[in-house]
Design a protein around this ligand. Structure first.
Ligand code: HEC
Ligand code: HEC
Ligand code: HEC
Ligand code: HEC
Ligand code: HEC
Length: 396
């Protein structure tokens, strides 16, 4: 069987030669026609470029053509080893195996068996200091992985580098987890067994797959939009995001849209947020409805769950108790008191609000699905809050 390499073979081979411990380098670089001239000669021990496997990111020898790519990557979030996403385990001295899959190239490779070991969550904690390094996406065998399992349990087929994006940007919980947790519980009864369930962050991969990916809590009796296919040439994450800088290119959007500023892009001719304004970007409709939902979540907590809540996006687990309703989180023994008066209905709405807002690109990744989740959550809270849905004028 001839397996097409996922990425330009020049790179795969070069990366394998320089960075991998186990990869077979196969045929020489000269074969990679179309990939541009090779600088250096890895097979004779002369590197094309040297990047440490992880930290401290001081490339010593960089051939000019790769310098552009490395510079782009070095500016991106993937290389930012000062970010919380990579420093969170510093005090522990090692990254939990299950977290390492997405928080370090080493963990990612171990999970997919790209390091030559058995596939699966690493058995041991992974050293700190790792980022989304070059070899995360340029492992020689990346193309051999053909499916990724999402938190909802759906096994999704992938090709090429998609496996990387879909592994890490899928979130950690799905709406079905919330359904399971709250099954058999009365909708509006506080249950002290419930805690906030966090879908995790930057879950663009699951979001693009919509109702089929199942990242949100999907209300019984409702139908949900599936994968957002956008338009033919926009087929993968990298159609819009440069794989190294992760930036979006305005020029790409402008080939089809009148506007190159993503937040101003709109195709929908209906107003989803009841404002009647169809000149603003779809981004604003989703933002307005998300704000409306948060207002209702706080109202429900105070009126129905009978314990006021405050939301603080900077502090995990984000929802805190505010028994006296003064807008400031309660404290006990110097620590904020986590919200503890969850009802199933409240948890479902908060989960959906968080799932949608945890993906800052939801309005482009899957606008119909994101709008449906928010609408249905608003509608669900409207009942017990006695809010007139019609008067809100929202469109699903
Ligand atoms: C090993 C896990 C992993 C893989 C693989 C991965 N990402 Fe990421 N990605 C992350 C993490 C973690 C962050 C957050 C980094 C931070 O906070 O600095 C991130 C951040 C981002 C961002 C935010 C931009 C920024 O500069 O902060 C974008 C866009 C992105 N990734 C897209 C992608 C795409 C597209 C792919 C596939 C080509 C991909 N990612 C593959 C883990 C991964
Ligand atoms: C399926 C992939 C995946 C797994 C598994 C995963 N994370 Fe993450 N996590 C991400 C991505 C992607 C981001 C980037 C979002 C960002 O920087 O805001 C992130 C961000 C974070 C952040 C930074 C949040 C912030 O506000 O900047 C923390 C802390 C974190 N994760 C903790 C954990 C812990 C603890 C575990 C294991 C129990 C874990 N993660 C497992 C994908 C994952
Ligand atoms: C998140 C995934 C990801 C990471 C991390 C990544 N790459 Fe890439 N890289 C890609 C993809 C996808 C392509 C193919 C781009 C295309 O076909 O347009 C590519 C292409 C390349 C190319 C050839 C195409 C070009 O634009 O010149 C080079 C060279 C390269 N990568 C080097 C690197 C180096 C060096 C690093 C680390 C500093 C790195 N890559 C990190 C995904 C990644
Ligand atoms: C139609 C173009 C498009 C496609 C395709 C696309 N994205 Fe995005 N993405 C966006 C836009 C627009 C944003 C919001 C821009 C922003 O917040 O900077 C965004 C934001 C993100 C972010 C948050 C970045 C941040 O800095 O806030 C991540 C992570 C991300 N996308 C990952 C992905 C992944 C993974 C895929 C593939 C599953 C993907 N994107 C596919 C357009 C796209
Ligand atoms: C090849 C053409 C094409 C390109 C390139 C393209 N789009 Fe689109 N876009 C479309 C089409 C067609 C739709 C409508 C799809 C649908 O509703 O099924 C759409 C829908 C959208 C929507 C939702 C609009 C709404 O009102 O629901 C957003 C947001 C969006 N695109 C953002 C982007 C961004 C950001 C880029 C560039 C990074 C981009 N698109 C590139 C064709 C394109």
């Amino acid at each position: 069987m001839i397996r097409r390499p996922a990425l330009p073979s020049l790179i795969t081979l070069a990366m394998a030669a320089i960075l991998a411990t186990s990869a077979s380098t196969g045929a020489g670089l000269a074969q990679s026609a179309g990939s541009g001239p090779a600088i250096g000669d890895p097979e004779n021990g002369q590197p094309i470029f040297i990047m440490p496997r992880s930290g401290p990111f001081a490339p010593q020898t960089i051939a000019v053509p790769n310098a552009r790519v490395i510079a782009a990557w070095a500016r991106s979030g993937h290389s930012d080893y000062t970010a919380e996403a990579f420093r969170h385990w510093d005090e522990d001295g090692a990254i939990d195996p299950e977290c390492s899959v997405c928080h370090s190239g080493i963990g990612f490779r171990a999970f997919h068996g790209l390091d030559g070991g058995e596939k699966g969550i690493p058995k041991e904690p992974v050293p700190i200091g790792g980022v989304v390094d070059c070899e995360t996406c340029h492992s020689a065998d990346l193309g051999s992985i053909t499916e990724v399992t999402l938190p909802s349990g759906i096994v999704h087929p992938v090709t090429g580098v998609e496996v990387a994006c879909m592994t890490c940007h899928q979130g950690r919980l799905a709406g079905s987890d919330v359904a399971t947790k709250t099954a058999e519980m009365a909708d509006d009864e506080v249950n002290t067994e419930l805690r906030f369930m966090n879908p995790h962050y930057y879950l663009a991969g699951s979001m693009t797959l919509g109702g089929y990916g199942g990242v949100g809590f999907q209300y019984p009796g409702k139908t949900y939009s599936g994968r957002f296919l956008h338009a033919k040439p926009v087929a993968t994450c990298n159609s819009c995001h440069d794989p190294h800088s992760l930036d979006l290119s305005e020029a790409t959007c402008l080939t089809c849209h009148f506007d190159g500023t993503p937040e101003d892009i709109r195709i929908a001719r209906v107003s989803y947020d009841g404002s009647g304004d169809t000149n603003k970007g779809i981004h604003d409709d989703l933002a307005a409805n998300s704000d409306q939902l948060m207002t209702m979540i706080l109202a429900y907590a105070a009126q129905v769950a009978a314990t006021p809540m405050v939301y603080d996006g900077d502090r995990y687990p984000y929802f805190f108790a505010d028994a006296n309703g003064d807008g400031v989180a309660d404290e006990a023994e110097g620590r904020r008191v986590n919200y503890g008066a969850w009802t199933p209905r409240l948890l479902k709405a908060a989960f959906n609000w968080k799932a949608v807002t945890a993906d800052p690109g939801a309005y482009a990744h899957n606008p119909p699905y994101a709008l449906e989740l928010i609408y249905d959550s608003i509608e669900d809270l409207a009942g017990p809050l006695d809010v007139d849905m019609e008067a809100l004028g929202l469109f699903r």
